[in-house]
Design a protein around this ligand. Sequence first.
Ligand code: TNX
Length: 792
Amino acid sequence: MKQSFFILFIGIVSLQIFCCAFFTKELKKEKSKMVSVIPNPQMMLIGNGTFQITEETIILISADDADVLGVAKYFANRLKIAGELALKIKSSSKSAPSEKTIVFNCTSEMAQLGSEGYQLIVTEKSIILNAADAAGLFYGVQTLFQLLPPEIYRAEPVSRLEWNVPAVVIKDAPHYGWRGMMLDVSRHFFPKEFIYEFINYLAKHKFNTFHWHLCDDQGWRIEIKKYPKLTEVGAWRMDRLDKPWNAREAQKEGEIPDYGGFYTQDEIRDIVKYAKSRHVTIIPEIEMPGHTVAALAAYPQFSCEGGPFHVLTGGYWPISDIYCAGNESTFDFLENILAEVIDLFPGKYIHIGGDEAEKSKWKKCEKCQARIKNEGLADEHELQSYFIKRIEKYLNSKGRQLIGWDEILEGGLAPGATVMSWRGFEGGIAAAKSGHDVVMSPGSHCYFDHYQGDPDQEPLAIGGYLPLKKVYSFDPTPEDLTEKEAQHILGGQANVWTEYMLNPDHVRYMIFPRIAALSEVLWTSKDLRNWNDFKRRLETQLKRYDNMGINYAKSAYNIQAQTVVNLSTKQFTIELETEIVGPDIYFSLDGSDPTLRSSKYEKPIVLNKTTQLKAQSFLNGKPAGKLIKETYKFHKATGKEVTIKNPYAPKYNGGGEFGLTNSLRGSTNHADGRWQGFEQVDLEAVMDLESVSEIIKITSGFLNNIGSWIFLPRYVEYGVSVDGKNFESVAKIENELPENYGEKIVKEFSVSFDKIEARYIKVLAKNVGICPDWHQGAGGEAWLFVDEIIVE
Ligand code: TNX
């Protein structure tokens, strides 16, 4: 204790020296550029000078505590690997702090910073890291690594480098207690080595929760001793890797599935232990009652109809096979599984899934219907609620707490359940308002399976669009909660669903650098988050990733073009930017590929005639992002009024009133804001060219993306008129591509003719109406996406 007072004393004195003597405002601004800590600490002052870590530096630890020693070793090990420095670790009860020491001091004096907070004081003479708990020391060490040169993250020694730490005082503690990331190992299996790495990535970004999605329709990944078939059968499927995820045929008679894998209980125990050493808690997820085909393939008796089932080879929708809620033995089965899961994972929460349970089988099942009757339940939603409540009772009896996806709200929430809100913020808000704890994980901000750049330039992903800036704008605590309700927001997490990620390298690409943005959202208070400052610090963060050898997404280097069309002056104004600071943008307007000799982008580009723009970002003289090309085409209908009969969906308005004639073309990304989307109805549009004009060609573009239920029109019919009343048909163009054409493409339906005089153009594009029988959305509303209608 005496020792810790002493250290604290040094700490306080240093703090005063820093605050009084070292600072002027200007200096502060300049100096803050020298350090790049992500997530941004809650309080940081930068002083003069540096502390140099050398062979002579000694690490002093305050307590003979295995966890504290663990953190010290963890720190020393990194310096050994990257710096070839063998630092000695000594106990402070045996040796007094002196010059050239790094003190790891675990003291209750720091209790006001919580168990994860820390105070770090670096002077030229010493480094003092104070915390109330080993977790706080661990996060202090992560900050220390970031104060060192990025080479500290290397796997190989770096020669002739000085390991200098700038003088700082940092007082830091996380804003949220749940800082999580989910990894889906069902859709694709990842070897255990990668799980270790994943945990490391979390720890380096000061996350403390790893949500492990261990089972789903496409694979069961955790050994359960009592039910060996779960992994003998449930862990394996036919690969069908040559087909798109949504278009894979089911396993056929005689086929032997061999694609997959699972983790043994011994492996899991080791992983849990490792996670603990990285101050990460693992939340296992055992899905129920839906998303359970892999389990049912092994034990079909727990379904309503008895099977047989095969582990799914890809994505189908809806998936109606589900655990039977009327069968008592289903609950025995699940409780026995959970008993083994509880034994393996010491954390407080067990995740039971609960999402997307399609209940048509329950409607037809005698046992389920009998359960509804006997329990006095209103419907199948209440049956789901009964199911979850029963499981909750079991978990509570074992001292654990239930957490589930927001669908567990339907039919009534189990009394002590925590809700993970993924379908937006609403579920989370409702749960918090009714006094339940919440983890926010909305698809809009937290789905790291979504594209992080223009889909045309990114590896194939499930859809969506979640660039870095959007992640950074995530606020887990919605404003419509009262202060008291807001206390139920435990934090947030990103979800890494792996339908489209086949290997660790692809997962890395999808999580880096978005993990950095999320880490700051979850750790740093809102008033200390600043996108421009984050972008500055990200430059160094990316160097750290380079040193770690991580293939992170370079999407932030890609150019994003914001185009404003002024329909009255018929001008395009184009603003170009990259998400990350640093690169310069060069562009051309003559079709040539931009080089460093092309025009440098300095202000918005104004165009008033058909032009092809090409732009490229350059960093240190080399292309940094991908080349963008866009043709801005002025045509006879540019800026002309369009009257449509059936309304487009507000979400896909293509820019609104002039969306079809603004000359901006939709890309293969259906959510790029340029497409007008019509759900189940046809496009019937009439364009007014304002005066009778000579026309020779009409073209309209349609999107094919059947995975997102967007089909090409059956046919497109064009008519022309002089008076807007009597139309003459000029063409009916059938869609000659097969309905099940799997590629995402933009297809033009075009007709050319000898000069015609017309003022009005009519376009009828026939929606396929409902998704065909073979489609995963069979019977659901089909979409028709159109952009643009070009008249020449
Ligand atoms: C919805 S999010 C799912 C997952 C999919 C994911 C794809 C949630 C609870 N369920 O089963 O993998 O979308 O983005």
